[in-house]
Design a protein around this ligand. Structure first.
Ligand SMILES: Cc1cc2nc3c(=O)[nH]c(=O)nc-3n(C[C@H](O)[C@H](O)[C@H](O)COP(=O)(O)OP(=O)(O)OC[C@H]3O[C@@H](n4cnc5c(N)ncnc54)[C@H](O)[C@@H]3O)c2cc1C
Length: 316
């Protein structure tokens, strides 16, 4: 396809996802620097080649039928921490690494990132967060390739909301996030580590060790539904939030299995790859959950995990 960029053909994406499932990228390349990432993005946007940027693959399920166009594995991961908590980070850096480096430099705010196993770029696309924190909170600017141009944009360009952004919409614009600038508050190293350790402890209790993409479905914001559920903890009732895992468990689906894919026993909103599950099996399990929850509670669950590539064979 290209003589300048080192592009490979028909590369399995399975090893690059935490679910350890899925088909092949039609074209595949690794960007090891932010300039290489930008160059590739500009080139493919100009050519109108569909482009998928992959970070740690911890929030995606690539179709068994493949991902058309180019998949760029983003390994641009430099982090620069300036005075006054101004951080410039490349989008391929690990979100947890960013937390550690900023704490070691005397800044706080990203404690919630501990245990989120993705890159900063993937975190931005889904406005990743936990324990009432989320990645969009401290952003001041983003560098993107959009309209075949490398440009800095304000955070409002991303249209962030709960686990959502412009780049998750049904027909998102072709855009690649290259770098971000953040301003973090001064922190206390011991307090940050203690807080992060406590979050990690809570996660270990809840999260199954088998391959997964974390929570498969988004929690539901529905005051009427939360009022109608007698067993729901009071703070959730007050906030009108119903965890997807609560609904799946209440529907009796905890541990439900389809081929090699299973709903977690510890955390019902995790789809686990227990035994070489195919992307088809994971997809069918997710669809079965959605149908059951709709029948039982009248609620349409929305995936937090993103389906990559061509799903037309299964969607019919
Ligand atoms: C065990 C476990 C626990 C988890 N816990 C949490 C949690 O507590 N909170 C939470 O929010 N999430 C959680 N997740 C989900 C996931 O880790 C996050 O969504 C993470 O931020 C995704 O980052 P990634 O690099 O893996 O993204 P990927 O899966 O690689 O990509 C996700 C999406 O972002 C796009 N993308 C990635 N990088 C770029 C870029 N530079 N420019 C443009 N588009 C890009 C991809 O094309 C894809 O559409 C968890 C996952 C696991 C496996």
């Amino acid at each position: 396809m290209d003589e300048i960029l080192e592009v490979e053909r028909n590369v399995s994406l399975k090893p690059f996802t935490t679910l350890k499932a899925g088909g092949k990228a039609e074209w595949f390349l690794i960007a090891r620097t932010v300039d290489a990432l930008a160059e590739a993005a500009i080139r493919f946007q100009k050519d109108r080649t569909p482009t998928t940027t992959l970070g740690s693959g911890s929030n995606v399920l690539p179709s068994e039928d493949g991902v058309p166009g180019v998949t760029i594995l983003n390994r641009a991961n430099r982090i620069k921490i300036g005075p006054d908590g101004e951080v410039t980070a490349e989008s391929g850096c690990s979100f947890q690494e960013l937390f550690l480096k900023t704490v070691q430099s005397g800044y706080g705010g990203l404690e919630f990132a501990v245990g989120i196993p993705g890159s900063l770029g993937g975190a931005l696309v889904s406005n990743a967060g936990a324990y009432r924190g989320c990645v969009s909170e401290f952003l001041t600017e983003l560098e993107v390739v959009f309209d075949s141009k490398r440009q800095w944009v304000s955070p409002s360009w991303m249209e962030f909301s709960y686990r959502d952004s412009l780049l998750r919409k049904e027909h998102p614009p072709e855009a690649v996030v290259l770098r971000v600038k953040m301003r973090l508050p001064a922190g206390d190293m011991k307090r940050s580590y203690d807080e992060a350790r406590e979050y990690q402890r809570q996660r270990i209790g809840k999260q199954p060790p088998s391959p997964s993409a974390g929570s498969f479905f988004k929690n539901v914001n529905d005051q009427q539904l939360s009022n109608s559920l007698p067993g729901l903890p009071l703070p959730l009732k007050a906030a009108g939030i119903v965890p997807a895992g609560y609904l799946i468990e209440a529907a009796g689906m905890k541990g439900f299995r389809l081929g090699g894919a299973m709903l977690g026993l510890r955390h019902a909103n995790f789809i686990l790859n227990m035994d070489s599950a195919t992307a088809d099996e994971i997809f069918f399990l997710a669809q079965t959950v959605k149908v059951r929850i709709l029948e039982r509670f009248g609620v349409s669950l929305e995936e937090e995990v993103l389906y990559l590539g061509d799903w037309s064979r299964l969607r019919g």
